[in-house]
Design a protein around this ligand. Structure first.
Ligand code: PMP
Length: 366
């Protein structure tokens, strides 16, 4: 068998042998689980999105979509007070991030990122051969901007952060994002704002001022469209042009006709967006209080999830106990955070189910 797998691997390019792929959270095949492990929105998308997708499905699926996704680009630009040439679209923000890493960070020197952040960043670095330098978060798992300075002038490839950070949920104030942009004016600072609509401070308003700022958003979280796969980046036109060059060397049509139509409709229904994101934020406050009642320490969250640890019980054991009771949460077996659980904010009923299951798990472990 070993001989066979060696033979099979010999077909791989050397770079593929070295890859360590990202492992997404479990998407269970069994019904009825309370799924609080992948930070999806617990509410469905706007009915207007469904109607737009249905209409698009009836018209022209035999034809390729618009390679520029012009309608969605214009919609997003107008929403953020930008020009369409300041917006880049991709198949989920994961793809947008990947193109960003390829376009901006392959300089042969290290890319700076927090030691605890979205783990896909390091996966892209391996894929594209980008050296990584991790910058430790503080004891309280906050980002320390001063630690990103290079007093000795050594070269860096750029900086990537998530704001709010994942998996901690902790947000960074806009002045500190600006400080990062000023520290490295000749390198791109990529700010991944996947969760910003749940209470974070967006850097979109800084784009006109900073030619090195790229802000990445997704429709997967606050617009309930994880299944449709739409992400986008905003920045000055020269950065967007670079992303277009990469995209057009990779896949002309990352967004299909249904995604373009559904994405436009999602931005047209602001009322739905406001109502659902506020419902999530309000459930979050209740969930934090309930977790604190059990003695858990919960980091301040500006996202649609909370990051919490029990003072004495092992996080992996709690996660396993919750799973046995039909509730999925995310546990990362990683240095510094292996005693934390990341719990996505669900509907009030889902949060109640989590709280009840947690009570039973903690009673069983005590
Ligand atoms: N950035 C962060 C910080 C995330 O947590 C995620 C979701 N896993 C993404 C980007 C990617 O989201 P999507 O590809 O669904 O847009």
């Amino acid at each position: 068998m070993k001989q066979n797998s060696d033979l099979n691997a010999s077909f791989y390019s050397p770079v593929v042998r070295r890859l360590v792929p990202y492992v997404p959270g479990e998407q269970p095949k069994i019904d009825g689980l309370v799924k609080l492990n992948t930070n999806e929105n617990p509410y469905p998308p706007s009915p207007r999105v469904l109607a737009a997708i249905q209409l698009a499905a009836q018209q022209g699926l035999q034809l390729y979509p618009d390679p520029e996704a012009t309608a969605l680009r214009q919609t997003i630009a107008a929403h953020h007070g930008l020009e369409p040439q300041q917006v880049f679209l991709g198949n989920g923000s994961d793809e947008v991030l990947a193109h960003g890493f390829f376009a901006f960070f392959q300089h042969g020197c290290p890319l700076l990122m927090p030691d605890i952040s979205y783990s896909f960043y390091q996966v892209y670095c391996r894929l594209y051969g980008i050296p990584v330098e991790t910058v430790p978060l503080t004891e309280s798992l906050c980002l320390d901007v001063a630690a990103y300075a290079r007093a000795d002038g050594t070269a860096i490839a750029g900086v990537v952060i998530a704001n709010p950070n994942a998996p901690t949920g902790v947000g960074l104030a806009l002045q500190q994002v600006e400080q990062l942009l000023r520290l490295h004016p000749r390198r791109v600072v990529l700010v991944d704002e996947a969760y910003v609509d749940f209470g974070g401070d967006s850097a979109m308003g800084l784009i006109a001022q900073y030619p090195n700022l790229l802000v990445v958003h997704t429709l997967s979280k606050s617009r309930s469209l994880a299944g449709l796969r739409i992400g986008f980046a905003c920045g000055q036109a020269h950065l967007i042009e670079a992303l277009e060059r990469v995209k057009n060397s990779f896949n002309s049509y990352p967004l299909d006709r249904l995604a373009i139509a559904g994405g436009v409709a999602a931005f047209e229904d602001q009322a739905w967006f406001e109502q659902t994101r506020r419902a999530v934020m309000s459930s979050r406050e209740g969930l934090v209080l309930a977790l604190e009642d059990f003695g858990l320490q919960v980091l301040p969250s500006q996202a649609n999830f909370v990051f919490a640890r029990h003072p004495t019980q092992d996080a992996a054991a709690i996660a396993a106990g919750l799973r046995a009771r039909g509730v999925l949460v995310r546990h990362f077996k990683l240095p510094r955070i292996e005693q934390y659980l990341r719990i996505s904010v669900g509907t009030p009923a889902q949060c109640d189910a989590l709280v009840q299951a947690l009570a039973s798990v903690l009673a069983a472990l005590a």
